[in-house]
Design a protein around this ligand. Structure first.
Ligand code: URP
Ligand code: ZN
Ligand code: ZN
Ligand code: ZN
Length: 470
């Protein structure tokens, strides 16, 4: 293993901001100090003028995930490379429990895919799609022995992945006792399903009806219900991809009452709003994600909540499907819903742009502090999901996952410069300040300017500790 000395960087964590050298040895941070000694065999990197952040932690990605007929167009190789170029060095992806697999089988399968392709470290949440005694036993085992302490359950998509309230409550009660946490996709699935059927019956087939059939009030209702179930179960609960002020209000109320409720939002909800759904054009399929884009008022409320800690973090929900059928050999992508919006696979890309857009739109535009930026993109997800202090900070003994970030650089974001397999970027043409220059993962330099030095398979599965205790 190589030894590297990063000199003169401005080290920024969730709580610190100072200039020092960092010595990386055997994959860990070995020392931090002024004018550290470099032996002759040490690689020295000058970080003068650059900020040094802990590697980003993206706790919501979908690589090689299959939903119904469609599989996301990024595999672990392309997705983790794209993540790394954006300054993310750890992801938490999903292990899918289908009707005839157990959670432990699901973890094993996900691990075998990631082991081949991933170039950065990874963990998994299990998507739990049915609950019985055996499943609950598996979940308990996963928390205690497999380093998988969080589980996603869907309150939407009836007939495929949705589970009922009793299944959610039972799972919450068990994981709450054992140091785990349930993450909820909170939308009222059965009412949405009715609205979809009614829209289709009226001949409303274009992508904008995806948004019109998933109103914010139904995210608010499900969020409230999820909080009440968690309160009764005495368990922490986490809301994924929170988008609407109607949902946020319930999270704020619960947190003010001291209930352990946590939530993320995603860049697309912070930078785009429902005004994009203004025509029947199929190109709007690129904005078909769930929940859909919301009002400007919701957007403002989300930014405020990031500042006040009513929202704890920003993850991507990177769930890419190509617009062009057959791009990179991928089929049943967005075009699958050409004549029926309900068949458009849900999700959007974003794994590479998260850190830069939150830096530019958050820090530079004065909405959040620099320390809060690090907290939202790295420290909070690491703490909440049991990765801290190995991940999420810059400290002696932590993994040497570091991002050298140039706040002076400017760039125009584009699908033509990103590294995902996806054929579009929501941020196409966005001019931002700030650029990732170098990325280290466990001491290895994997991104050096435009150069890719990572290799598929070098990423490691990270066993996580308890979740929800933050
Ligand atoms: O539209 C989305 N968010 N697709 C990904 C799956 C999910 O619900 O997170
Ligand atoms: Zn979801
Ligand atoms: Zn998702
Ligand atoms: Zn500018």
């Amino acid at each position: 293993m190589s030894t590297t000395l990063i000199r003169n960087g401005r080290i920024v964590t969730a709580v610190d901001d100072y200039r020092a050298d960092i010595l990386l040895e055997d994959g860990r941070i070995a020392a931090i100090g002024r004018q550290l000694d470099a032996g002759p065999e040490v690689r020295v990197i000058d970080a003068a003028g650059l900020m040094v952040f802990p590697g980003g932690v993206d706790c919501h990605t979908h690589l090689e995930n299959t939903f119904g007929d469609s599989t996301t167009c990024d595999d672990f190789a392309s997705g983790t490379k794209s993540a790394a170029f954006g300054g993310t060095t750890t992801i938490i992806d999903f292990a899918f429990q289908s009707q005839n697999t157990s959670p432990l089988d699901a973890i094993e399968r996900a691990q075998s895919k990631a082991a081949v392709g991933a170039s950065i470290d990874y963990g998994f949440h299990v998507i739990v799609t049915h609950v019985d005694d055996a499943v609950l036993n598996d979940m308990r085992h996963a928390i205690r022995h497999e380093g998988v302490s969080s589980f996603k359950m869907f309150m939407a998509y009836p007939g495929t992945v949705m589970v009922d309230d009793a299944a959610i409550f039972r799972s919450m009660r068990m994981v709450g006792e054992h140091g785990g946490m349930i993450a909820l996709h909170a939308e009222n699935g059965t009412v949405i399903d009715l609205l979809i059927r009614e829209a289709l019956a009226q001949g409303h087939t274009s992508p904008k009806y995806h948004a019109l059939t998933r109103p914010a009030i139904l995210e608010g209702e499900a969020t409230h219900r999820g909080i009440k179930l968690a309160e009764l179960a005495q368990a922490p609960v986490y809301f994924v991809h929170l988008s609407a002020k109607e949902a946020l209000a319930h999270v704020i109320e619960a947190r003010d009452a001291g209930i352990p409720v946590f939530a993320e939002t995603c860049p697309h909800y912070l930078f785009f709003d429902e005004s994009v759904y203004d025509s029947d054009d199929f190109s709007l399929a690129k904005y078909v994600m769930s929940p859909p884009l919301r009002s400007r008022e919701s957007q403002d409320a989300l930014w405020t909540a990031l500042k006040t800690d009513d929202l704890q973090l920003v993850s991507t929900d990177h769930c890419p499907f190509c617009m062009k059928e057959g791009h990179m050999g991928r089929v049943r992508q967005k075009m699958h819903g050409r004549d029926d919006f309900s068949k458009i696979p849900n999700g959007a890309p974003g794994i590479e742009t998260r850190m830069t857009v939150i830096y530019d739109g958050g820090v530079r535009k004065g909405r959040i502090s620099l320390n809060r930026f690090v907290e939202l993109t790295s420290t909070a997800p690491a703490k909440l999901f049991g990765l801290f202090p190995r991940k999420g900070t810059i400290a002696v003994g932590s993994d040497a996952d570091l991002v050298l970030f140039d706040p002076q650089a400017q760039q125009v974001l584009s699908v033509h410069t990103h590294h995902s397999n996806c054929d579009y970027s929501l941020f196409e043409g966005h001019h931002v300040h700030g650029k990732v220059r170098k990325v280290f993962s466990r001491g290895d330099l994997i991104v050096d300017e435009e150069q890719w030095l990572g290799t598929p398979g070098r990423g490691q599965f990270v066993r996580r500790g308890e979740a929800g205790g933050f």
